[in-house]
Design a protein around this ligand. Structure first.
Ligand SMILES: C[S@@+](CC[C@H](N)C(=O)[O-])C[C@H]1O[C@@H](n2cnc3c(N)ncnc32)[C@H](O)[C@@H]1O
Length: 120
């Protein structure tokens, strides 16, 4: 099966240029979506030592919700296809002084689907 990796990378690389603008409104976006993100993360039953794989993490909007559960003992691995989006996620990590988040710039689809049979 052919995966449209280049096409999707290009779409999200382009849209990342509006993300700095969006960051001005990030708090508003976070507030609006907070209830859903909080519900989703709480359903994971995370503990202080959990290691979380955040596939297609984008600029890291979910990180702060996950951090609330895992604290500094746990770890987040964020997988993101778009290099420009990864840069923005790195900025957020530095700004928030999170030291337990690793970012991996890769196309995750073949690994998840072919190796683990997962869908998302
Ligand atoms: C709509 S954003 C969602 C970001 C984040 N999960 C959130 O809730 O705010 C989707 C992100 O997934 C990335 N993405 C899409 N397909 C991917 C794949 N197969 N592997 C890694 N990243 C992918 C895109 O580059 C984009 O930044």
């Amino acid at each position: 099966m052919e995966y449209p990796e280049d096409k999707i990378r290009s779409i999200y690389d382009k849209s990342s240029s509006v993300s700095p603008f969006l960051s001005w409104h990030a708090e508003e976006i976070l507030t609006r979506m907070k209830i859903y993100r909080e519900k989703a993360v709480s359903s994971l039953n995370l503990t202080e030592n959990s290691i979380v794989l955040d596939v297609a993490c984008g600029i890291g909007f979910n990180f702060r919700f996950i951090e609330n559960y895992i604290g500094s003992n746990g770890k987040i691995v964020g997988v993101e296809l778009s290099p420009k989006t990864v840069k923005l996620a790195k900025k957020l990590i530095v700004k928030q002084r999170w030291t337990n988040i690793e970012l991996v710039n890769m196309w995750s689809y073949p690994v998840l689907v072919d190796r683990y049979g997962l869908t998302y």
